[in-house]
Each structure stands twice: as structure tokens, then as C-alpha cells.
Design a protein. Structure first.
Length: 491
């Protein structure tokens, strides 16, 4: 699911996955010498047979749901009621039947009513025969010893080409240091000066993994606040580099996190340095396969159910869907985004690094950038010119994407290789979290704003819209580069 762009600097972007309720299953994996497969098992129903049972389930959820997530749903959810059948748990007896075949239950998703499993071919055939099963798909050969993966082409791409304490040409003395130009380009410094720095806002980041040992995440005055984390590939609660991970698994996520959460005054300061974070890693950097989409949705579900106010992701899937399918409701990841935003979560999604033209009849978007109510981000350079890799729209059904732009060329962030250094990265992947951090600061100022209100007020601050009175009809720049300071006065 992850691509790298052939610019002089590390280029960023990825795809998605699925999952839900909680990490780490009780069921220990079965050690076998035969070939095993990761696969997705979808169940036929939730086992809700009467209206009374449905009412009881909704009452149970309302009583036991995360209080923060419940409060958001009460004021910002656009679906009918507070809960629906998508929120009901996957039926435990169905999971038991799958487990009894000898397969290992891994990631369970309520929204998708299914689970990923680790199973042999024989076990998969047995699962398919179960009456509770709707389908078994997204079968992928399980890779053992992922840490031994050392493809020279891959490792060469991910090395930071220029890690340094400061770039003196771009460095500004003062609070922001290296990040000054990218923060000031969107007038976010004026928002920070008013005291809106993301405090009290919970941001979920879906990416490859995160190295939290960098000095910029451990300043004694403001160490990073991580309230939950889940590595969906390994199915554990640790998104930091592990011995079982392939080389560089954490790099992309660390670079993205740095643009938001870093805090070393005078050296580098992120766009929402006082926010709290839910970190999810649904991306296998070794290769792309459809099961990652399921893990992506599970990560969205996990973030929503644990009280996220905003979710940001630069992950995209660049295979499996053609241009005509980017209609907001075909890809599994886009469907997941639609559920998350329908539950009142602000969604920020990278549009992709596939480039653009001036033809409004074609698009170079990468799903799930086509999801309905996510804020889709494109990339500009430090001077405000569109980056040549930034993907254009429209969606297959004619909607504007991308909608907003952020610094995505030679963007400063933390080094993924040295805990004391900083680097630059290029790609829509770094523009996206930078913008997401700005939105988090606005959410602190306007916690009552819904998904629709955030979108409306953000878009009309875009430089293109302010100059032309409309959006870019070539579907390249959207509404333009936002001016976050203008959103403070909005009502």
C-alpha cells in the first residue's frame, strides 16, 4: 500500500486497512510448519433477530460506550440515532466456530462484520463451509520473518537524504525554528498565539508505525501524549519499531507524526503540539494487498470508539481500483471513512502523489481520497505553487477533490533515523498531517463545530477561493491554501 516518490527527498503516501474493537486476541496463534494465509472472513449477520434484542443492544452500547465518543455522537452524528447495527459486536459464537477450525482470530471489525484470520488452506476451506459465513476473501500468503525483508531498492529509498540539526537557509530564529515557514504559510502561528494549540483535542493518526523516542516527542515541558496505540499488522498495542518489523516500518509514520506533534522550541514545533494522540499502524510496508483495507477500517473504528475528534491518514491504495470506481462508496477504505465521518469524526486524507493535469475530465486521485466528507489534501511548495506530484480530481461522480492544500515539498519534520536530528520530506503525506494539526487547533477554538461546519469554514479560507470566489475548476488546487487565522472569527 505504500509508494515512494522519486524526488530528492523522502516522499510519502500509503493505503488502508480494517479492524475494530480491541487489539490482541485471546486466542494464541497455532505454530505450524505448513503454509499459512491471512484472509478476511465476513459473517452473514450480527445475530439480531428481534426488535427487542436490537433495542437492548443499543441501550447497552449507550451505557458502556466511551464517554468522549458518545458525547461526540450525540452532537455531531449524522446517521439516525446514536447507534445502528454496524456498531453491534460481531457475534461471539461465529468467532468461536471459526476458531474451532484451528484458524487464529486476529483483527475483528464491527463495522465490516468480520475478522481477519491466520489459517492454512485446509482451514480456510472448512471456514467457507460454515453457515454463519457470508464470504472468505482477500487471501494473502502469510510472510514469516518480516524483519529479514531487506530489499535494496526499498532501503535505499527510505534513507533520509539530508538529516541535520538545522537548514540555515530555511531556519528562522524564534519559537518555530525549522517549521516556521510551513506553519506561517497557513497562518497557523496566529492561531497558536491566541492559545489554540490543539490542547484537549484527540487526533488519531493511521500510518506505518511511529518511533516515539525522538527528542522532539520528549521535551520535558511537553512530552507527547499518546492515549492509545494499535499495530494492526502485528496485532499488538505497540506501534514503535519491533524486532519482527521489516527495515523502515516506522519511518513514514514518524515523519508524519513529527509535522503535528514535535515540540522543541527554537528547533522545530509541530502544528498541534498540545494535542493527544491515538496511533494506529494498519500498513505493511513490504507490499500492498487488499487485506490492508480491512485493517484500515478497523483502525478507523478503533479511533472513533476511543474518542478521537479527528483522524488523519496519508495511506492510499494505488492498485485494485480504477478511475471509474473512485465514487466515494466503492473502496473498502472509503466506506470506512464514510462511517467515521457520519459519526462526527473530522477526517483528513491525503489525495495521493500520482500527479495532475489541467483536464477536468480525468483524475489521478488515489482512494480513499474520494470518500464523501473527508477533507482531501493536496501539496504545494514553500512558495505556494502546486507540487507536480499532487494528485488531481474530480471523483468519478464529479465531486471536488482535493479540497485544500498544505506544504508538501521539502517539508520539515523529525528524522526517522536519528533521535536528535530533523529532515525534510516531500509528498502529500506530510502536507496532510500538517493541515490536520491546524484543524485540530480550530477544533479547540470551536469544539461545537460539526464535520460540515469545519469543512465549510475551512474551505472559504482557501487562497484560491478568496481570490477567485470559487474553487479551481481544473480540480487541481481545490479551494487552495487555508488561512487558519480566519477561522477564529467564524461563527
Amino acid at each position: 500500500m505504500m509508494q515512494f516518490f522519486s524526488f530528492a527527498l523522502f516522499a510519502l503516501f500509503l493505503t488502508g486497512c480494517t479492524s475494530s474493537s480491541s487489539p490482541a486476541s485471546d486466542r494464541e496463534p497455532i505454530i505450524q510448519d505448513v503454509q499459512q494465509y491471512d484472509a478476511w472472513v465476513e459473517f452473514r449477520d450480527k445475530g439480531i433477530e428481534t426488535d427487542e434484542h436490537r433495542t437492548e443492544m443499543i441501550a447497552f452500547l449507550e451505557k458502556n460506550y466511551n464517554p468522549r465518543a458518545l458525547a461526540r455522537r450525540k452532537t455531531k452524528r449524522t446517521f439516525s440515532g446514536l447507534f445502528d447495527e454496524r456498531d453491534f459486536p460481531v457475534r461471539e459464537t461465529y468467532l468461536d466456530q471459526v476458531s474451532q477450525t484451528g484458524a487464529t482470530i486476529k483483527i475483528v471489525s464491527r463495522w465490516l462484520n468480520g475478522t481477519s484470520v491466520l489459517a492454512t488452506d485446509e482451514q480456510l476451506q472448512e471456514i467457507k463451509k460454515l453457515e454463519c459465513i457470508n464470504q472468505v476473501g482477500d487471501i494473502h500468503k502469510h510472510r514469516k520473518n518480516r524483519n529479514h525483508y531487506n530489499d535494496p531498492a526499498y532501503t535505499q529509498e527510505i534513507i533520509d537524504p539530508g538529516a541535520y540539526p538545522r537548514d540555515f537557509e530555511s531556519y528562522e530564529a524564534g519559537f518555530y525554528g525549522l517549521s516556521a515557514s510551513q506553519v506561517k504559510q497557513i497562518n497557523l502561528h496566529k492561531v497558536h498565539e491566541k492559545g489554540f494549540t490543539g490542547k484537549g483535542v484527540v487526533i488519531a493518526i493511521l500510518d506505518t508505525g511511529f518511533d516515539l523516542d525522538h527528542r522532539a516527542f520528549n521535551h520535558p515541558d511537553k512530552p507527547i501524549s499518546v492515549i492509545k496505540q494499535w499495530d494492526l499488522v502485528n496485532n499488538d498495542r505497540n506501534t514503535k519499531p519491533e524486532k519482527t518489523d521489516p527495515v523502515g516500518q516506522h519511518l513514514h509514520g514518524t515523519l508524519c507524526l513529527g509535522t503535528i506533534a514535535a515540540y522543541v522550541p527554537g528547533d522545530f514545533v509541530g502544528s498541534a503540539y498540545d494535542a493527544s494522540f491515538i496511533l494506529c499502524a494498519p500498513e505493511d510496508v513490504i507490499e500492498e494487498y487488499p487485506l490492508e483495507e480491512r485493517w484500515f477500517v478497523a483502525a478507523l473504528e478503533y479511533a472513533e470508539s476511543n474518542g478521537a475528534d479527528l483522524i488523519t491518514s496519508s495511506l492510499v491504495i494505488y492498485e485494485h481500483y480504477d478511475e471509474s470506481q473512485l465514487n466515494g462508496e466503492t473502496s473498502v477504505m472509503s466506506i470506512g471513512w464514510n462511517i467515521a465521518t457520519g459519526n462526527g469524526v473530522i477526517g483528513v486524507q491525503g489525495g495521493g502523489n500520482a500527479g495532475h493535469d489541467n483536464n477536468p475530465e480525468t483524475n489521478h486521485l488515489e482512494t480513499p481520497a474520494d470518500a464523501y466528507d473527508v477533507i482531501t489534501v493536496g501539496a504545494v511548495d514553500r512558495y505556494g505553487f502546486i507540487a507536480r506530484f499532487s494528485s488531481d480530481g474530480p471523483t468519478a461522480d464529479g465531486r471536488l477533490k482535493p479540497e485544500i492544500l498544505g506544504r508538501g515539498l521539502e517539508t520539515f519534520t523529525v528524522s526517522g533515523h536519528d533521535h536528535n536530528l530533523y529532515t525534510t520530506a516531500s509528498g502529500v503525506s506530510v502536507a496532510t498531517p500538517l493541515v490536520a494539526g491546524g484543524i485540530a487547533c480550530i477544533l479547540q477554538a470551536h469544539p461545537e463545530w460539526s464535520v460540515e461546519e469545519i469543512r465549510k469554514n475551512l474551505f472559504r479560507t482557501g487562497h484560491y477561493f478568496r481570490e477567485a470566489g470559487t474553487w479551481d475548476t481544473t480540480f487541481v488546487q481545490g479551494y487552495g491554501i487555508p488561512d487558519f487565522s480566519l477561522m477564529l472569527s467564524e461563527k
